[in-house]
Design a protein around this ligand. Sequence first.
Ligand SMILES: [Zn+2]
Length: 256
Amino acid sequence: MLLRSATLAKWGFSHGFSTRKGGVSPPPYDTCDFAMLRDPEALRENLARFGQRVGFDPARLYQATQVHGAAVLEAGGDAASARAVEADAVVASAPGDAAAVRVADCVPVLVADPATGRVAAIHAGWKGVVGRVVEAGLRSLGGGAERVAAIGPCIGSCCFEVSTEVGRAIEAAAGAPGVRAPDHAPGKCKVDLRAAVRAQLVALGLDDANVEDVPPAEGCTRCEAEWFYSFRRDGDASGRLLAAIVAGRNVDPSGR
Ligand SMILES: [Zn+2]
C-alpha cells in the first residue's frame, strides 16, 4: 500500500510514500520495513513490490546513509555502493533513476522540477530543518517557482515534543513563528515539523499551492500505528517507511 500526491502525479512524476502495509517483514516490523541493515531478504521483497507499484527498478533506486545532516547525494553509478555515502537528500536526473529516503517520524519530502524532470528526495528531522537540508536539496535540484513538492507521513504537532531551546531553533530556521506552540510544561513545547518544512520550501521559492501534504496535515506517524512506523512510539522496534520519486516525467495517462 502506498500514498501518492495528486500534485506530483498531475505533473507526471512516478512516486510513492510507503505505509507499513503490503510487505513481508515479520513483527514487530510488520509488514513493510525498509530499514537497510535489518533483514536483507524481506527488504529485497519489499523493495521489489514497492518498485513495481511506484514504477522503478530497485537496481536504480538511490538511497544514502542518513545522518541528520545536509549533504546531498547525486544519483548515478552503482546504486548499491551509493548507499554507503552519508547524505540526507538524494537528487536524480536520468529518466528512470529513483531517489529515496527512509523515515520513522522525520519528514520525507519529494520535490520535482517539471521543466527538467529532475527530482529530489529529502529526509528532514528537526536537525535537518535546523541544518537546512531542504535548502541543500533544492539547491542541487535547481529550478525555480515551477517546482512541485509533496510532504509525506511524519510526526504531528500532537506528538512532537521538544525542549524549548530546540523549538526555538526550529522556529528560527523555518522563519515561521507559528510552528512552535507556547511551552506547555517547564522547558517543553510542541512543534509542527511539517509546517516548518513547508515554510522552508515556500521561502526557497516554491508556490504554497504547489506543496501538498500527503496524507493531510493532521496525519501523524506516532498516532497511527496501523499505518505508520514511529521511532518515538516504538524505539528500536520501529521499522522505516520509504519515500521515493523517479526522475523524468512519464506520459502514462493513468497518472501512475
Ligand atoms: Zn500524534
